[in-house]
Structure formats: C-alpha cells, structure tokens
Design a protein around this ligand. Structure first.
Ligand SMILES: [Ca+2]
Length: 217
C-alpha cells in the first residue's frame, strides 16, 4: 500500500516540524503490516456504541459539562462520539480555561492517565490527515505532558507539551499533524496520555480529512 509521502510533504504549511512529523508517520505506516494482530476491533460495537459514521466532534463539544467546571469520564464511558478506552479523562467546560476551538477541550488525565478513541468510516487505501491542537494542564506537574496518537491501536505519533509559563488563560496551544492510510472501512483514532498523575496533555480541535488527492490542498 503506497503512502504517497510526496503528498504529505506538500501539506499546506511546509514548516519543518510538520514535514518532520509526516516523515515519521511514513516510517511508522510502513510497519503496519507487522502489527495486524494489534488492530483494534472495528467499530467497537460490543459496547453498545453507535454504528460507525464519519469522524465527528473533534472539538469535544458534547456532552456539555457545567461552565467553569469539568467532568471526569472513566474507561467504558462515552464522550459524544468518543469513548474512554483506558483510565480516565476530564472534559473541561466553558470558561474553565482557554480552548483551541469552541467551548470545551479534553485533559487526557482524569484521576490518572487516560485514553479516548473514536471509530469512523474510512475508504480503504485512502490517505487521511489528522490535525489537532495540543496544550497541557498547568495546574500540576510534571511540567512536560506526554502522550501518543494511535491508529487502529498502533502508535502513529508521540507528542509532548511543556506547560512551563503557560496559564489557563494562555494555554499556548500548538498544532500537530500526521497522516495515515486507511486499511479498512472503519478506522479507530485514539489519543492516550503517557504521563502519570491528574494533570495531563490537553487536546482540542481534532480534525480528520481525506487527502484528495493531497493533504492541505
Ligand atoms: Ca473544543
């Protein structure tokens, strides 16, 4: 399965970081054939979750949690089209801190490190670009929040964010991007914290777009 690295490399903003990220994704994508057994079960229907549809609510706007507060969600619970697949996470309500998009965002650490995942329809063989905004919960240590983005249970991108000097009012969101080639009619995208404690990486504004024919065009 070709990955079309030249396509990923032409992604709209050819900042060095993005190009480097795409190159990493290419390398990782090449290893997918070795990890078929690790692929997540399509659609995760066993949990009573909705049938897979298009990727949705990458902004974590549903359900609404109380303004200036947050709600903890634990493994097995759903957050709109997402579900918590490990540990716990916190969904932050409007006004709690700065969001990258909309009124809410997600701390990947609730009581401790957590993972959220969403399964959505994809066209096998098509290339998709995933973008997301990354920050961190500066209310507690460690300063460097780490996590990873996974496609069908396979690590596609490690990420880290240093909250030093950041505040709830100025979260300092940065954009991250990687690409993947869909292998099946559904794909599961997950974000997992890899830092312990109650103050984790914060994500918002997750977008998944099919590259037709190129990402960023
Ligand atoms: Ca949001």
């Amino acid at each position: 399965m070709s990955f079309a690295p030249t396509c990923a490399a032409r992604t709209a903003r050819t900042r060095a970081a993005r190009t480097r990220t795409a190159a990493v994704a290419v390398l990782l994508a090449g290893a997918t054939t070795l990890a078929t057994a690790a692929l997540a079960a399509p659609a995760q229907a066993a949990g009573g979750h909705r049938a897979a549809s298009r990727f949705d609510d990458g902004s974590f706007e549903t359900p609404k949690v109380p303004a200036n507060s947050f709600s903890e969600f634990n493994a097995g619970q759903s957050i709109g089209p997402w579900r918590v697949t490990a540990g716990s996470v916190d969904l932050l309500g409007a006004g709690f801190w700065q969001n990258a998009e909309g009124d809410q965002s997600l701390d990947l650490n609730g009581a401790d490190s957590g993972t959220v995942a969403q399964t959505f329809t994809t066209v096998p063989g098509a290339t998709y670009s995933v973008t997301y905004a990354l920050a961190g919960n500066s209310a507690g240590g460690p300063a460097v929040k780490t996590g990873k983005a996974e496609i069908d249970g396979q690590n596609f991108q490690d990420f880290s964010f240093d909250v030093t000097g950041k505040t709830f009012a100025a979260m300092g969101y940065v954009g991250r991007q990687f690409s993947f080639v869909a292998r099946n009619a559904t794909t599961t995208l997950a974000f997992a914290s890899t830092v312990r404690g109650a103050y984790g990486p914060v994500i918002d504004d997750v977008q998944v777009k099919e590259c037709k024919p190129c990402c960023g065009s």
